[in-house]
Ligand binder design. Structure first.
Ligand code: 5GP
Length: 188
């Protein structure tokens, strides 16, 4: 079996994580790609479940050793990336991979894997809507919200480069659309 990649990208707060979690329940042969990152671990997060949390030095060493398929400094000193070993781990089990990452990383993976990958952009109904969703998260500070909103405005401009766009103005409908799109792709 040729392993596939299903990539979900969106500005933070657009609801992509909810969609990805739903798809993981619906499709048993999809497995979540756990990224590596150098940011602080948040309350409730677990190493090897949410991320492989690395120090900045460890992250840079892995960059130098060419251990990442893609990586990015998403915010200053906050590095995020996908390890080659993670992709190999999942394909070795015979599963397809689902990714939850920002648009730059998503497009980067799509470019490398071509038709083996499906890149989906989750479109929030509006920037105001994003802001109110971010405010509901207890982990965000006013600065981090402002930073994420600034980034979101640029990210929305990349939507047309994705294979598919799902508008998340109604969660039920967005989940159903995601199921249909991913179901079709995995059948190919
Ligand atoms: P957070 O700190 O909120 O978990 O994630 C911050 C940002 O990093 C999000 O936009 C998230 O999608 C992105 N991100 C997570 N994993 C990866 C990855 O492996 N590669 C890239 N390029 N971005 C990632």
């Amino acid at each position: 079996m040729q392993g596939k990649l299903v990539i979900f990208s969106a500005p933070s707060g657009a609801g992509k994580t909810t969609i990805v979690q739903h798809l993981l329940k619906v499709f048993p042969d999809l497995e979540f790609s756990i990224s590596a990152c150098s940011r602080e671990i948040r309350r409730g997060e677990t190493f090897g479940v949410d991320y492989y949390f690395l120090s900045i030095e460890e992250f840079k060493e892995k960059i130098a050793n060419n251990e990442f398929v893609e990586w990015e400094e998403v915010y200053t000193d906050n590095f995020y990336g996908t390890l080659r070993s993670e992709i190999e781990r999942i394909w070795r089990k015979g599963n397809h991979i689902i990714f939850d990452m920002d648009v730059v990383g998503g497009l980067n993976l799509k470019k490398q894997f071509g038709d083996q990958a499906l890149a989906i952009f989750v479109m929030p109904p509006s920037i105001d809507h994003l802001e109110s969703r971010l405010k509901m998260r207890e982990t965000e500070t006013p600065e981090s919200i402002a930073r994420r909103i600034g980034k979101a405005e640029k990210e929305l401009e990349t939507a047309s480069q994705f294979d598919k766009i799902i508008l998340n103005d109604n969660l039920e409908r967005a989940l159903e659309e995601a199921e249909n799109i991913v179901g079709e792709f995995l059948k190919l």
